[in-house]
Design a protein around this ligand. Structure first.
Ligand SMILES: [Zn+2]
Length: 165
C-alpha cells in the first residue's frame, strides 16, 4: 500500500479514537502499522506472528481489542468462514482492488482474481440512490490442493469399497 494511503488510514483511525475519547496508544499504532504492511487478508495468528517478528510484545487481549476498534472504525472488515476461521481485511484496499475472492472452504486459503468480467460489470452498475464505496465478491469452493486431496481420498475409499465387496 502506498505511503500516503497508509497515512490516510492512520489519520482516520486517530480521529475515530478521538471521537470515542480514546488515545492512540503505542500498541494500537504498532498493530495498525503491522496490518498496513501485511498483504491482503490475514488471521489473528499471522498478525500475532508479524508483531512478534517485529519485536513487539503485545498481549492477545490488546490485539483483539484493537482489531475490533479497527472494524468499528470501518478500516477493517471481518470475514467468517464455514470452518470457523476468521479473517480480517482492509476495506481501504478494496475500492481500487476490484477483486473477486476465491475462497477454499477446506483450508481457508484465499486467492484473488483481479479485473474479472463480473467485477467490471458490477462496478458500472447503478444502485439507485445508494452510493457504493467498495465491492467484494467471494466464490466459495475447493482450491487445487484440496481438490487433489479429496480425489486421493475418494480414490482410496473406492479402493477400500472394492476390497470389501
Ligand atoms: Zn484448500
Amino acid at each position: 500500500m502506498p505511503e500516503n494511503r497508509n497515512n490516510t488510514v492512520h489519520a482516520s483511525f486517530v480521529s475515530f479514537l478521538e471521537s470515542k475519547g480514546m488515545r492512540e496508544t503505542y500498541e494500537r499504532k504498532a498493530i495498525l502499522q503491522t496490518i498496513l504492511e501485511m498483504s491482503k487478508s490475514f488471521d489473528y495468528s499471522s498478525l500475532a506472528d508479524s508483531l512478534k517478528s517485529r519485536g513487539e510484545q503485545i498481549c492477545r487481549a490488546t490485539i483483539f481489542n484493537t482489531l475490533s476498534l479497527l472494524i468499528d472504525s470501518g478500516i477493517l472488515r471481518r470475514q467468517h468462514f464455514a470452518d470457523g476461521q476468521i479473517n480480517y481485511e482492509l476495506t481501504a484496499q478494496l475500492p481500487s482492488g476490484n477483486q473477486l475472492h476465491l475462497l477454499c472452504t477446506s483450508c481457508g486459503k484465499i486467492s484473488d482474481l483481479r479485473n474479472s468480467q463480473i467485477i467490471r460489470e458490477l462496478r458500472h452498475m447503478k444502485f439507485g440512490t445508494f452510493l457504493p464505496s467498495y465491492l467484494s465478491l467471494t466464490v466459495y469452493g475447493l482450491c487445487s490442493k484440496c481438490q487433489k486431496k479429496n480425489r486421493t481420498k475418494t480414490l482410496q475409499e473406492s479402493i477400500q469399497l472394492n476390497l470389501f465387496k
